[in-house]
Ligand binder design. Sequence first.
Ligand code: 13P
Length: 285
Amino acid sequence: MIASFREILEERRSHGAAAGAFTCYDATTAIGVVHAAEARGEPAILLVSESSFTGRDGRLLLPALHAVADAAMVPVCVQLDHVTELELIRAALATGLVGAVMVDGSRLPLADNVGFVRAARKLAEPCGAHVEAELGHIEGGEDVARAAEAGGLTDPDEAASLARDAAPGCLAVSIGNVHGTYASEPRLDWERLERIRAAVTIPLSLHGASGLSDPDVERAVASGIAKVNVNTEIRARTFEELDRRLPELAPGYRVLELDAAVVEAVAEVVAAKLELLSGRAGGAG
Ligand code: 13P
């Protein structure tokens, strides 16, 4: 069932857990995410990358993901991820199919980032949608993994200003996390996360969860992260599964079985992440 971004984050936070948000380039992946979420009786967020949305088939993909979300037996929200242009946000909201937009003003000076988030909120709120902002810059590849070093880290004082002046529904932090592949062993800045959390009351999100150790993800949740984004690990597992199963399934063109195998593989990755996000690991390490 379709649920609001805010409801999902609040419900997860009330359980000391974090919401899992998973990039879906196709309906098969979304079905895998929903399988895992339904098996656990937990909500999920389906992320649509900006390039999917603006690409040739965005007009078809978004309704497909919305339909999967709607048919799910658990609360699901569709979120357009990392948009840098207001016009795209307007276009996405006009479809009525997105419950949230990630408004990426992380390359802008603080005042412009604040202005961008405020303008996006003004568009989103009449549609019942919510916005997520980013402060500091999360480096790395969104749709194509490449080794990346951490970008500009989130300044806790700036986070307080942005939360006060733009009041996004969620704030993505840069604390050593990157999208795609980590160029070197990830070292998250826990002390910075603690200071950001102390500075704001809005929910915080951690992008770039692929490649983080399980204890790091659990510690992030225990430290107050309310939403965790995962993409690359799902893509990697999809390719592994295709490699493994194609020789057996290509004769006879057994698409149904191939599709089921990918759904199951995605669901396994998602279920493992949802377990880490459940908050059951307890206190920070
Ligand atoms: P990863 O690809 O590193 O999992 O990051 C996903 C993400 O943060 C999407 O916004």
